[in-house]
Design a protein around this ligand. Structure first.
Ligand code: A2P
Length: 269
């Protein structure tokens, strides 16, 4: 048993919550998502990450995870890679309903509305499990107060890895409560696959550079006066996407100094 509640409670350090797994969904042999209970006193801003962990060899082992659920939700949701020999994910991928997980109490992160200046259009550029913080922000009414249009791009190697985002967008469009709070058609979803045939093929960086993304969506090219962006993916993806945004004249922001784009590395091992 990797995540027995009593065993976890016995060695949980102070300053940690114990959260209970409600359900787990496996998408491919590389990705899965899970939902947990949310401690009553736990507060976070949509888009932030938190350290979650398990007891490994008698000691807590943590990794940073973006919270995929919005700030208003009663439950927490996470979207994770599975790395066969990854110290945490090799174990975490075996969790089941009723298991317990450790979570440090303090969330943090830069993929938050507060770190961006207001604008007309918000691009959320994601690859792989980098879509997680955007799953949170795309369900937060505050995002729609700050931006007129939200363009969520998700690129994965395989089509099956895109399903998490497809289900997410479908659930937002069909949610009665969210439909009352904002016009759900202001969220646009743009999926691409790189290693399998799909309706769109190729890396998002190539589709930005060629203009294919803008042509298909019928929007003007990137403009620092109106466009804002958040990027979440692997280190090389962040570097290349950031370069394209800077070339278009957008400047990076932070919590202390809001700007035109922000970046954060997705979980890797
Ligand atoms: P590719 O298949 O061409 O490597 P990963 O699972 O390795 O993080 O990759 C997730 C997605 O990100 C893949 O579709 C991958 O494309 C793409 N990707 C990898 N590196 C970059 C990069 N430097 N810029 C843009 N997209 C990238």
């Amino acid at each position: 048993v990797v995540a027995n509640r009593q065993a976890i409670a016995d060695c949980a350090p102070t300053g940690t919550f114990i959260i209970d797994v409600l359900d787990v969904e496996h998408y491919t042999d590389r990705m899965f998502s899970f939902r947990t209970t949310r401690p009553a006193s736990f507060r976070f801003r949509s888009g932030e990450f938190v350290m979650i962990g398990l007891i490994v060899s008698g000691k807590p082992l943590y990794r940073a995870y973006s919270i995929a659920s919005p700030a208003w939700a009663d439950e927490l949701e996470f979207f994770s890679v599975k790395v066969p020999d990854g110290p945490l994910t090799s174990r975490l991928q075996t969790i089941r309903r009723g298991d317990a997980i450790l979570m440090r109490q303090k969330p943090t992160g830069t993929l938050v509305n507060d770190a961006l200046e207001a604008g007309r259009r918000l691009y959320m550029f994601s690859t792989g499990t980098g879509i997680a913080p955007f799953a949170s922000l795309a369900r937060d009414p505050e995002t729609y107060e700050k931006f007129d249009e939200i363009i969520l791009t998700h690129t994965c190697r395989e089509v099956a890895e895109l399903r998490y985002g497809v289900d997410l967008v479908e659930s937002i469009r069909g949610d009665e409560m969210l439909r009352e709070l904002f016009d759900v058609s202001r969220l646009r979803h743009y999926t691409t696959a790189t290693r399998e045939p799909h309706l769109r093929h190729g890396r998002i960086t190539d589709l930005v550079a060629s203009g294919g993304l803008f042509d298909e969506l019928g929007v003007p090219p990137l403009d620092p006066a109106h466009d804002r962006a958040m990027i979440c993916g692997s280190a090389p993806m962040l570097r290349d996407t950031k370069e394209l945004l800077e070339r278009a004249g957008l400047t990076e922001g932070s919590n202390s100094r809001p700007g035109q784009f922000v970046i954060e590395r997705a979980f890797v091992e």
